[in-house]
Design a binder for this molecule. Structure first.
Ligand code: NAD
Ligand code: TYD
Length: 358
């Protein structure tokens, strides 16, 4: 079966495309606009492989998307494309509205037009899998139970609000038009190819260059962490056996405070990269101004996907973090490629004032 992936040159999308070709071996049409977050180097190992068809384009371009669907006749769309970084959504929310809400709407419209013309058997088998986040549920207190599929939506950042809006549209297309959708709401991912604006790769890169490790606020915010390869296997499982109209929470059973995540990285780097300019790496930890509206705690109750679809993560936090640190140490050319002009502009914009104020 051919699938169409959106955002397949980004962090999770690229891991998914590589995983799909390896595990399923069927063609992937990869529609990606190549924003700052998209990088074809992530897919270099598929150069010349006819199973990967890359198309540069916008999910908001209805005609283009419908044309691609009619040309390649995929059995599923796996929708990753998004603006994905909370801090950027605070500095400039407009792109989040354009891509995550309007773009997802146009993609749904193109999917509906294509699906509506399929023969009956193909219509029943078609899936639109929407990749979303646990951040749509808002923030938990320290003793509240983890998010489950019926937790109320309470998004707090422009990013999570835009993802919540897209989740609602996806849900509406099932109820109103019968489009066979499934939604996954996943916790924080980490692993190879993550753009170093997010916590884990940013801290690894700063640590090996002897730069401060900027922990927001008191460092006691809690996230659940999932190795990206496990997220990919969960999506494949939901695509194969998830029930249309349902949502599935995906998590890593790894709730950690940010400070412990950073300390774990520092300890791994002390062991794997003792030649850094400053060791022990934990001496670089520096508390900086908090993120406005910073959600305190996310936690995922992943029992539904475990009970219904027998999915569980294969990696522990310890094994996943070790592989991730090693990957960044082994892939310096990739790092140099992504930390060029635009990246440095973002780091100045996000950190210079926080650091100055702390
Ligand atoms: P990313 O920012 O690394 O990649 C996003 C990709 O989408 C990039 O390749 C970019 O070029 C592409 N893109 C952006 N706008 C586009 C447009 N208009 N048309 C086509 N392509 C466009 O994001 P990620 O971390 O890989 O996240 C992928 C998806 O998973 C997102 O929908 C995100 O909300 C969701 N998610 C992410 C996490 C996480 O921890 N990173 C956790 C849960 C869910
Ligand atoms: P991030 O990777 O941006 O993911 P999200 O905000 O979507 O959870 O941030 C993870 C956590 O790390 C979050 O609580 C904010 C915090 N953080 C820092 O303390 N310092 C940083 O430089 C960054 C980027 C994040």
């Amino acid at each position: 079966m051919t699938i169409l992936v959106t955002g397949g040159a980004g962090f999770i999308g690229a891991n998914f495309v590589l995983d799909w070709v390896q595990a399923e071996g069927t063609p992937v049409v990869n529609l990606d606009l190549l924003t700052y977050a998209g990088n074809l180097r992530n897919l270099a190992s598929l150069d010349g492989d006819p199973r990967h068809i890359f198309v540069r384009g916008d999910i908001g371009d209805f005609d283009r998307v419908l044309g691609l669907l009619q040309e390649h006749r995929p059995q599923a769309i796996v929708h990753f494309a998004a603006e994905s970084h909370v801090d950027r959504s605070i500095h400039g929310p407009e792109d989040f509205i354009k891509t995550n809400i309007v773009g997802s709407f146009r993609l749904l419209e193109a999917a509906r037009a294509y699906w509506g013309d399929l023969p009956q058997g193909e219509r029943d088998n078609f899936r639109f899998l929407h990749v979303s986040t646990d951040e749509v549920y808002g923030s938990l207190g320290p003793y509240e139970p983890a998010f489950h599929e019926s937790s109320p939506y309470a998004p707090n950042s422009p990013y999570s609000a835009s993802k919540a809006a897209s989740d609602h549209l996806v849900r509406a297309y099932f109820h109103t038009y019968g489009l066979p959708v499934v939604t996954t709401n996943c916790s924080n991912n980490y692993g190879p190819y993550q753009f170093p604006e997010k916590l884990i790769p940013l801290m690894i890169l700063n640590a090996i260059s002897g730069k401060p490790l900027p922990v927001y606020g008191d460092g006691l915010n809690v996230r659940d962490w999932l190795y990206v390869g496990d997220h990919c296997s969960a999506i494949r499982r939901v695509l194969a056996a998830g029930r249309p109209g349902e949502t599935y929470n995906i998590g890593g059973y790894s709730e950690k405070i940010n400070l412990d995540v950073v300390k774990t990285l520092c300890a791994l780097l002390d062991e794997l990269h003792p030649q850094s300019p400053r060791t022990p790496h934990a001496e670089l930890i520096s508390f900086v101004d908090d993120r406005p509206g910073h959600d305190r705690r996310y936690a995922i109750d992943a029992r539904k996907v475990e009970d219904e679809l027998s999915w569980r993560p294969a990696e522990t936090f310890e094994s996943g973090m070790r592989q991730t640190v090693q990957w960044y140490l082994d892939n310096r050319p990739w790092i140099e490629d992504v930390t060029s002009g635009e990246y440095r502009k973002w780091i100045d914009e996000n950190y210079s004032q926080r650091m100055a104020a702390s």
